[in-house]
Unconditional design. Structure first.
Length: 125
């Protein structure tokens, strides 16, 4: 799979990239929501994992913009957050496929991505 992982923390980006690539997935990184939108505008990904709280453009607003793009409309999206009261902080759009809470192991995120991608493939058949 080709995964776009977006988080404003360098260590988090590096850890997830390494964990995903060890499992054979091509992983691209962005450090804010603006970069995420531009990445999706420029190329196609099998899935997006994006942090909710970031500078410049947060994950939720990024998702809304990405869903407007032709190659982002159906892409599986996982929203990550450290805030268990995220719904009180941000309005989580219904276009988010899964909301997961940090701290979380990359393997858990990857399991969820694989389930989402498989479900999308089955729906397209």
């Amino acid at each position: 799979m080709k995964i776009l992982f977006v988080d404003d923390t360098l260590d988090t980006r590096q850890m997830f990239k390494m964990a995903f690539e060890v499992k054979g997935h091509e992983t691209h990184l962005a450090h804010n929501g603006l970069e995420a939108v531009e990445a999706v505008r420029a190329q196609t990904f099998d899935a997006l994992v994006i942090d909710a709280e970031m500078p410049l453009l947060n994950g939720v607003d990024s998702i809304l913009r990405i869903r407007e793009l032709s190659n982002g409309a159906q892409m599986p999206i996982v929203l990550l957050t450290a805030f268990h009261d995220i719904r009180g902080r941000l309005s989580v759009p219904s276009s988010v496929d899964i909301l997961l809470y940090k701290p979380i192991l990359p393997s858990e995120v990857l399991e969820n991505i694989e389930i989402l991608v498989e479900a999308r493939r089955d729906a397209d058949l």
